[in-house]
Write a protein that binds this ligand. Sequence first.
Ligand SMILES: *[C@@H]1O[C@H](CO)[C@@H](O)[C@H](O)[C@H]1NC(C)=O
Ligand SMILES: *[C@@H]1O[C@H](CO)[C@@H](O)[C@H](O)[C@H]1NC(C)=O
Length: 373
Amino acid sequence: MGRNISLHVKSVAAASLLTILLIILYVYNDSVGVQVWSYAGAGGTEAHQDQGHTTDDIPNIVHFVYILANESKGFNFEFSHFLSMYAVSLYWEPDTIFLHTNVDPDGTAVARARDGFGGKWNKLIFTYFNLDIRKVEVPSYANNGVKIQGLEHKSDFVRVKAVQEHGGIYIDWDVHALRDVKSLRQSGFNAVAGRQAHGQINSGTFMSKKGAKMIDMWTDGMHEAYNGGWTTHSNEVITRVGELLVQEPGEMLILERDAFAPGSWESKDTDNLFQSHAEPAGFTEHELAAMRSLRLAESETPGDVPEWAWNWSHTYLLHAFSPDRWHQKVHGYDHISPAYVLRRDSNFGRAVYPAVLHMYREGLIGVNDPYDG
Ligand SMILES: *[C@@H]1O[C@H](CO)[C@@H](O)[C@H](O)[C@H]1NC(C)=O
Ligand SMILES: *[C@@H]1O[C@H](CO)[C@@H](O)[C@H](O)[C@H]1NC(C)=O
């Protein structure tokens, strides 16, 4: 009996508490409602912009640049080029992939590559992705009158202009996406880039909104700075402009080195990235079956990690500076081929393995495919 009375008292108390809470909630809600209304009345556009944040991202547009030295020699894409584009397409699902080049999209060079005359990788690049091929004007002189040397420097001017015109993400062919960059595009910053060895900002990959101060100032600054020096107009100008713009809220985000360029062009770094830690061997039937089987995870468990392995968990994009440019011999490495990656006995192989395994499972590649042709 006593128990029942106390229960009754408790439920009355609970009901009153609920009523009070509801009243508080109602009053609070009403005052918030008034606030929202008066705010929208006073500054409707600002409120709208705050809500419409996602329309203000760095666009999910990717830019590649390939300038042919001699149009009649055609494109010369290798497996590593296809891999770079494939990983971007896999992890980012871009709205558009631009290929900026100096040949006509409807001309012979593109047609021959597409029709397979240039081998498997040229054909795949022009048929697997829905590329937006743009013929661009390749500058011969910077605006300061200095003649632009070499295809690399011409490509530097083309890439910056492309991102200035469209917004989006530029990547070099030796840059490999290891994960999505959506969170960077949506960070609210107008431009994002990353440092490289010795502290400069790397110009092999960067992203920007159209009309961002960084890309506009770099476009002008590179023409003024050009003097034929290897990186005067590229890394030096984006570093100067980028560091200047950090003090303006939202203009520039500079990421640490490991984000985009964990290695470097120095031989100790290219050795560490590319050297093979096992004797070259073919794949056994058992290994091939394991790769085809969906039971094999695309990423690895910590128990499988050899002691020489780099940890890629904090890298978005791997700028894999190649030892080929300096004709430097690296143990167990000749070229980036499907088998070299699938063996996973190098840091490079371990980094890009998930994308290459994906291609293998899609039936796009065989383990004995050559690196070129
Ligand atoms: C371009 O390549 C073609 C075919 O290999 C060659 O005949 C021609 O001389 C080359 N042109 C130049 C300007 O090097
Ligand atoms: C790699 O680094 C991340 C972050 O520090 C850590 O969580 C992860 O366990 C590391 N992986 C291995 C295999 O050591």
